[in-house]
Ligand binder design. Structure first.
Ligand code: SF4
Length: 277
């Protein structure tokens, strides 16, 4: 049985395709994991990928990806996969998401994988009915091959969930393990949102028992405010599943109440916001 607490990538016995329960989307999300070697160009301290390492994924076996996708959709739509594997309230497919054990846009074959996914959705009559999503840290949005693929996602009626967890270079380094600046992130979001509808997703939690400090949240708000005309909104979420990184013991979930209070400050900027602890 699938669970909101277990997002393991091998739940259906496939290499690239993995179904998971998505609390945020309210059903079963069809995940596509291109980073089968657990390699990411970031190292977020809350990352749930076991054995995470730095790097990029190997070439994607596109024929296998297509065959797994078709096979899974057949089992979910015409078979009893959902009845046997999902709790009653989650027995619907809600999206198909490039979201795996690393940054999906770092796969050299990401544009082809998007194309294959679009064709498969079309073949099953799901285009426009099953939302195509790309869950990205946005760090490669300056690359033209990534922009072309995101534009294709937009043409297919899909969207991007773009990760912004902190609003200062120091905060980003601490939480995401990468050297970048709020200005680079601002530019990347604006590029992304020109090509496909873009939501910001933000993970909030306590470190060593302490919530996000006021100055860091103010910097985050300033960054979000500066991109608000380009984005669809912000999705706040907490630590639903434990981190699999060395910092795991230092992290703890923050209360639903405190998440809602952060959400209210974002909403006060005129931005659509949701909060899932
Ligand atoms: S960007 Fe995603 S996959 Fe990469 S380290 Fe962060 S949470 Fe993990």
């Amino acid at each position: 049985m699938l669970s909101i607490h277990d997002h393991s990538r091998d739940s259906a016995g496939m290499k690239y395709v993995y179904p998971v329960i998505s609390r945020r989307a309210g059903g079963v999300s069809v995940g596509i994991n291109l980073n089968v070697n657990n390699a990411c160009n970031w190292a977020c301290i809350y990352c749930q990928v076991p054995g995470l390492r730095r790097g990029a994924p190997p070439p994607v076996d596109l024929a296998r990806l297509e065959s797994e996708l078709r096979d899974f959709l057949r089992r979910a739509i015409f078979g009893d996969f959902l009845d046997r594997n999902a709790p009653p309230e989650f027995r619907q497919l809600v999206d198909i998401a490039f979201s795996g054990n690393g940054e999906p846009t770092s796969a050299r074959d990401f544009p082809d994988a998007v194309e294959i996914t679009g064709q498969t959705l079309k073949a099953f009559g799901l285009l426009g009915r099953l939302k195509l999503r790309v869950i990205s840290n946005g760090s490669l949005m300056h690359q033209s091959r990534v922009q072309r693929a995101i534009a294709r996602v937009g043409e297919l009626g899909g969207e991007v969930w773009f990760k912004i967890d902190r609003g200062t270079a120091g905060g980003i380094l601490q939480v995401n393990g990468t050297h970048t600046t709020p200005d680079k992130i601002r530019k990347a979001v604006l590029i992304c949102s020109k090509h496909a509808p873009t939501w910001i997703q933000t993970c909030l939690f306590h470190i060593d028992g302490e919530p996000l400090d006021a100055a860091e949240f103010d910097a985050y708000l300033e960054l979000i405010d500066s991109i608000k005309t380009g984005i669809e909104g912000v999705r706040l979420y907490g630590l639903a599943r434990p981190s699999r990184q060395p910092e795991a013991k230092r992290l703890s979930a923050q209360s639903a109440e405190s998440l809602s209070s952060f959400a209210r400050r974002i909403a006060a900027l005129g931005i659509q916001v949701s909060a899932n602890p």
